[in-house]
Design a protein around this ligand. Structure first.
Ligand code: EPU
Length: 428
């Protein structure tokens, strides 16, 4: 069993380079299914979610050649299957993107329902609404989502909730379909714009990505291209918060500052000094944070994927902060772990009231999900003593070389192999 062990109390200083965006990569890679030529995708993060998507592409029949750890060349032309089984999907949320991509290519897709981090119910009704609007029939057979159609045509879809996944899936399904598709109340996250830019670079005709109305005029052919994934907004935000929490001074390189506006605004409100450069931000902090209220919302609101990390930071603030989760039903499961480290947080439904304490102390904790794991690392970096974090496979889904990157910044952090716990059978 591998754990991450953090000996807290070291300031982070120096510079860190941000990798390609997980949530853009896991959308762009399935989109390659729609290409009529070879695609070379660069700036991919070296994380387990990306490896899983590449494995699905291979199992569908694509030829996948790793050029180096961040570049892959994919020839989707040999793909001859529209089935993504439960084993292939392996609990990954992004497996759902194969629904839209395979439907767009074969007018048919049979895909295991998506897994991913557990934040309460994660429905796909809006994805299905979109596929049905294009003319597909969607049924659930033997635990699989079965999508078929005799003919797909462009159509208008109004999303009842702003959904990143549904917006991406409808774009994928519609891009090669005859006529005009309009997605209203679309999500506006940077990875939606990145996917549209990738598809447009292949010859697609997508307008309005980044606004809440996206128009897609179907194209019959998409050419193979070379494309570079945008930097990871959430990885950058995580290092910004870690730097501020440890009262450090860190230059975070290879970022798009525009994507970080809401995170920067909240850090500044909490008393952090942030300097923006063209492709970097510098974060400097020398005091305890000031109290600060945060509400997560779809982009350009404060990202839900930064909520646990920010809560760990505010656990040490002067005064009481209120954090409201506006996207997921249940994203405060990690709070128990922070409480074990001495944080004073009361959760009532979607609201957490954080009464700042002057210090945290190390405890054995676990990563309940990817961003909760990042929050545990931030708490461990500032706590007195050695914090041991379990379930680190969640963290590895989304953060490339996090132990190495933090070590380079001066953290005392390591991955440790521990014997698996012995399960004793009760004597009868
Ligand atoms: N929703 C519905 N019906 C749907 C789809 C979504 O009601 O058909 C609801 C969800 O229950 C949720 C809200 O809409 O309350 C937003 O869900 P969304 O579909 O936007 O989330 P997602 O596409 O499943 C992506 C990211 C998540 C991130 C959310 C919100 C990927 C692979 N995942 O999930 O990222 O939290 O958008 O920004 O892009 C992470 O990276 O740690 C992560 C969990």
């Amino acid at each position: 069993m591998e754990i991450i062990s953090v000996n807290g109390g070291k300031q982070l200083n120096g510079s860190v380079t941000i990798s390609g965006a997980k949530n853009a990569a896991v959308a762009v890679l399935p989109a390659v299914v729609l290409s009529d030529g070879i695609c070379r995708i660069e700036n991919l993060p070296d994380i387990s979610d990306v490896s899983k998507v590449l494995k699905v592409l291979k199992e569908l029949g694509a030829s996948v050649k790793l050029i180096n750890k961040s570049t892959v060349e994919i020839d989707p032309r040999p793909i001859n299957s529209y089935v993504v089984s439960k084993e292939m999907a392996e609990g990954m949320r992004a497996s759902s993107y194969f629904m839209g991509a395979l439907l767009g290519r074969f007018s048919r897709a049979v895909v295991a329902p998506p897994g991913g981090c557990d934040f309460g119910v994660r429905p796909i009704d809006q994805h299905i609404k979109g596929f049905e609007a294009l003319g597909a029939d969607v049924t659930f057979d033997n635990g699989m989502v079965n999508i078929s159609s005799t003919e797909l045509n462009g159509s208008s879809v109004y999303l009842d909730v702003v959904s990143v996944g549904a917006t991406i899936n409808i774009m994928l399904a519609a891009v090669k379909v005859r006529g005009l598709t309009v997605i209203e109340n679309a999500a506006r996250e940077p990875h939606i714009v990145d996917l549209a830019n990738f598809l447009n670079s292949m010859g697609a005709n997508i307008m309005g990505a980044g606004t809440n109305v996206i128009k897609i005029r179907g194209t019959s052919r998409l050419e193979g291209v070379t494309y570079s994934i945008i930097p990871d907004q959430i990885e950058a935000g995580t290092y910004m918060v870690a730097a501020a929490a440890t009262k450090g001074d860190v230059l975070i390189k290879n970022v798009t500052p525009k994507h970080l506006e809401s995170i920067i605004a909240k850090l500044v409100e909490a008393g952090v000094e942030v300097t923006e450069y063209d492709e970097a931000v510098r974060v400097k902090m020398s005091t305890r944070p000031k109290k600060c209220n945060v509400k997560t919302l779809p982009h350009p609101g404060f990202p839900t994927d930064m909520q646990p990390q920010f809560a760990a930071f505010l656990a040490l603030a002067q005064g009481t902060s209120i954090v409201t989760e506006g996207v997921w039903d249940n994203r405060f499961r990690y709070v128990d772990q922070l409480t074990m480290m001495g944080a004073n947080i009361q959760v009532d439904g979607k609201v957490a009231v954080i009464s700042g304490v002057s210090s945290l102390s190390a405890a054995p904790v676990k990563a309940n999900d990817l961003r909760a794991g990042a929050a545990m690392i931030i708490a461990g970096l500032v706590a007195n003593g050695v914090t041991e974090i379990d379930n680190i496979e969640y963290i590895e889904r989304g953060y490339e070389n996090i132990v190495e990157k933090l070590t380079n910044l001066g953290a005392d952090i390591k991955r440790v192999t521990k014997p698996d716990p012995v399960v004793r059978k009760k004597a009868l």
